[in-house]
Design a protein around this ligand. Structure first.
Ligand code: AMP
Length: 292
């Protein structure tokens, strides 16, 4: 595995790897690697691909210094995991990389919804560093997790808007045995991790009720109250939105997802679940909630 910190070396090495005729697959991370990250490396485990992983805790996407400082950093064990996965290149940029990222970005509606409401500048920070990486690596693919679904949409949008040739691959969320989405932040919860189990429980219950045809959107208020009474400090949002554009829905259509963000003792957790409806969708995408 090539270990590179310098931008020019990265571009040069990638150019020479590309000459082998193999496609370049880029997987950006903030490190503290777990099985959710591994699923991204595995999905792209194709002999015709060169896998380039970055580890960078990007200050531009944190709007809280405490959150940035507390973010788990485990670089030595991460390197071992990447070696075991057979990753070709690990890019560990210097903190200076953000100094050159000075341009304004308009993410529109997708950047303003959900986490965009109370994490001002977060997605702009994500988009800026990803654009910088895409410019250096010029990958054929970028592989991202559905765990950060809004981030996935933001990156798809900038790639489309700026006519970048990189194709986006996405991987489903990897969960632990209790259904909790794996996240580097989970270990910050200590014993309070049991509270995180309410997240998949509520997401599954909502999708179940939708499939039973008994769900009204106002019912989300009940689940918000239920979560806050269960000991979770704050429910930042619990919403069902169109999964392609994050527009609100008045009826329950196909192609929607339920999105959640909560805080437990100052640790913010996000998750989402696709509404895999067993009910019939009409041609205009509206779900028939009373099919009998
Ligand atoms: P992070 O290191 O948290 O910035 O995540 C790096 C990439 O891994 C992003 O594309 C995430 O969506 C993805 N990822 C993080 N957790 C999971 C998970 N539990 N399942 C699948 N992908 C994940």
């Amino acid at each position: 595995m090539l270990l590179i910190s310098d931008e020019k070396t990265l571009s040069r090495e990638i150019d020479s790897l590309r000459k082998s005729g193999k496609l370049i697959n880029f997987i950006p991370t903030m490190g503290n690697l777990h099985l959710g990250h591994s699923s991204l490396f595995k999905k792209s485990d194709n002999t015709d691909e060169i896998r380039v992983v970055s580890i960078f805790v990007n200050p531009l996407q944190f709007n809280d210094d405490k959150d940035f400082n507390n973010y788990p950093r485990t670089i030595e064990s991460d390197k071992k995991k990447l070696l075991a996965e057979g990753v070709d290149v690990l890019f560990l940029p210097d903190a200076q990389i953000i100094k050159v990222v000075k341009f304004a970005l308009r993410l529109g509606h997708i950047g303003r919804k959900l986490c965009g409401i109370d994490r001002s500048g977060h997605f702009e920070g994500v988009a800026k560093i990803i654009l910088k990486f895409l410019d250096l690596i010029k990958p054929d693919f970028i592989t991202l997790g559905e765990k950060d679904y809004q981030q996935l949409l933001v990156i798809k949008k900038i790639i489309k808007d700026l006519k970048i040739k990189t194709k986006v691959k996405s991987c489903p969320t990897v969960r632990d045995k209790d259904g909790i989405a794996l996240s580097s932040r989970n270990k910050l919860l200590g014993k309070k991790i049991f509270l995180a189990r309410y997240i998949p429980t509520v997401l599954k219950q909502i999708t179940l009720e939708i499939n039973e045809g008994s769900f009204e959107l106002q019912r989300l208020n009940y689940f918000r109250d239920y979560l806050e009474k269960s000991g979770i400090d704050r429910v930042h949002y619990l919403e069902i939105l169109n999964e392609n554009n994050l527009f609100s829905i008045s009826k329950l259509p196909c192609m929607s997802r339920v999105f959640i963000a909560i805080s437990i003792e100052g640790v913010r957790l996000i998750d989402n679940m696709r509404i895999e409806s067993k009910l019939a969708c009409s041609s205009n995408g509206i779900l028939n909630v009373s099919p009998k």
